[in-house]
Design a protein around this ligand. Structure first.
Ligand code: SAM
Ligand code: SF4
Length: 474
């Protein structure tokens, strides 16, 4: 692998080798099946995982697989897993268990598990021990080697386990299968250096490494040329983009460069970290007319002692200063965030600081989580005296506070006109479409399905707690 700063780029020779494996797999599949074999791919967790799956599906299609929506008729089942909370892991184990009777009927079905969960030794060991019908297990660093892993699984007699973490590569040039024609995920960096004391991500995704800005821009150009109307830049901490890439472009400059590309499209990004968010970045957002007026800035806790114990690297005051500046330079900014309730040792009074911060900032919406201990993290070994039942009560109190804030914000939108990216018809199929405003609020309105994938000006006529209704503004 060629090293560029701290980022390791997979060499062209290695990528070429994977293309050869792709052809070998294709030959094996052609000899084995009379019709193209089917792959069922299920993704758990964050958009980073979704983007990884799009690259794995791209590779599978080149190997000769076609996609199916059900595991029962699949020759390959691939689960891309999430390790951020215990609940997510339990779901994966449950769903892998549910594959056993299907595999008993379809004996030559390949079951493959990958992603963050598999990058944890104790999980890979448990799969090896207790799930003998799983054929292939690989971690987050092996995505670009999927053709080779599939070949070994198809022709070898043994189960294949590859969770090597000695190299954390950036692979360019992988084929991408994008689920949507008008929205695209665009990873700009991988990994995380922050080691928040509760979080497993740095352990399963490795250190931060940024893609070269030119590679990102080329992918953005392709995406825009294909008709995409919304690009979401992805990274665990996009604000530190470029710190390790060595080509001198930081996140604010990258935003400007993408903003300067021709085309009618919006730019979103996630996730921003308050520690690395600054006035320069917020000024850049304000200057870039293609940047959506939406900032997802997780604060996790409103209490300084808890923030210190979380190793977040900022204070409540600093967070509020950033928010005040964002509102000053973008008065119409929509703010969203992530919050953890019941961090080990958090008291009720400290939790109330989180509630007061929510009321002060007036977020559009929140992702709210109850603390979940993750093996190997510092927080998992901290004293955690508050019972689960009590944490649930705090959690409900927090949801209620946010509901009031969001309902007030939504009500203030009535009568306004928003430019909306039309995304879907609702499940009722009654001529109601849904889309999202620039601020990332869902809005439904009557309209013809022919406008899905384009922008429409929609006037808000009604507001609920989290969502809006409206009509196309003629
Ligand atoms: N990198 C992003 C950041 O720092 O804001 C977040 C990435 S993490 C995958 C998404 C969210 O999951 C976090 O913001 C946090 O609120 C939540 N989370 C992470 N670890 C958790 C844990 N052990 N228990 C509960 N929630 C957790
Ligand atoms: Fe996890 Fe913190 Fe990194 Fe986000 S910044 S991925 S919460 S360690």
């Amino acid at each position: 692998m060629k090293n560029n700063g701290n980022a390791q780029f997979v060499s062209p020779a290695q990528m070429e080798k994977q293309k050869e494996y792709t052809q070998l797999v294709k030959a094996v599949l052609t000899a084995k099946y009379t019709e193209p074999p089917k792959a069922f791919v299920h993704t758990y967790g964050c958009q980073g995982n979704v983007a990884d799956s799009e690259r794995m599906i791209g590779q599978l299609l080149e190997m000769g697989y076609v996609l199916t929506g059900t595991p029962e008729d699949a020759q390959l089942v691939l689960f891309n897993t999430c390790a951020v909370r215990e609940h997510a892991e339990d779901r994966v184990f449950g769903n892998v268990g549910a594959l056993k009777p299907i595999k008993e009927i379809h004996r030559d079905m390949i079951i493959a598990l990958c992603g963050c969960m598999m990058q944890q030794q104790q999980v890979a060991d448990r799969i090896k021990r207790s799930y003998p019908y799983v054929n292939l297990v690989f971690g987050t660093f092996a995505i670009h080697r999927l053709p080779e892993l599939m070949y070994r699984t198809l022709v070898g007699k043994k189960r294949v386990f590859d969770t090597d973490a000695s190299q954390s590569p950036v692979a360019e040039g992988l084929p991408v299968y994008r689920e949507s024609d008008f929205k695209a995920w665009l990873p700009i960096m991988y990994g995380c250096n922050n080691f928040c004391s509760y979080c497993v991500v740095p352990y399963v995704r490795g250190r931060e490494r940024s893609r070269r800005s030119e590679d990102i821009l080329n992918e953005a150009r392709e995406i825009i040329a294909s008709g995409v109307k919304e690009i979401t830049l992805l990274g665990q901490n996009v604000n530190s983009y470029g710190k390790n890439s060595g080509d001198g472009v930081d996140f604010a400059e990258l935003l400007k460069k993408i903003n300067a590309l021709d085309g009618d499209f919006k730019i979103r990004f996630m996730t921003s970290h308050p520690k690395d968010c600054n006035e320069r970045l917020l000024d850049t957002m304000a200057e870039c007319e293609k940047c959506a007026r939406h900032l997802h800035l997780p604060f996790q806790s409103g209490n300084n002692r808890v923030l210190r114990e979380m190793n977040r690297g900022y204070t409540r005051e600093h967070y509020l200063e950033l928010i005040a500046y964002a509102k000053k330079v973008m008065p119409d900014i929509s703010l969203t965030s992530d919050v953890i309730v019941g961090f080990p040792g958090e008291t009720y009074e400290e939790f109330l600081d989180t509630v007061s911060l929510i009321k002060e900032v007036e977020f559009t919406s929140l992702f709210t989580f109850i603390f979940s201990p993750r093996t190997g993290t510092r927080a998992a070994s901290m004293d955690d005296p508050v019972p689960a039942k009590e944490k649930s009560k705090w959690f409900s109190e927090l949801i209620k506070a946010q509901e009031e804030v969001a309902a007030k914000r939504c009500a203030s939108s009535v009568g306004k006109v928003f430019r909306v990216l039309v995304e879907n018809e609702t499940d009722k199929h009654d001529g109601t479409l849904t889309g999202r405003t620039d601020g990332n609020v869902t809005i439904d309105f009557p309209g013809d399905t022919s406008i899905i994938g384009s922008y429409a000006d929609v006037k808000v006529t009604n507001a609920r707690n989290w969502t809006l209704s409206g009509e196309i503004n003629k």
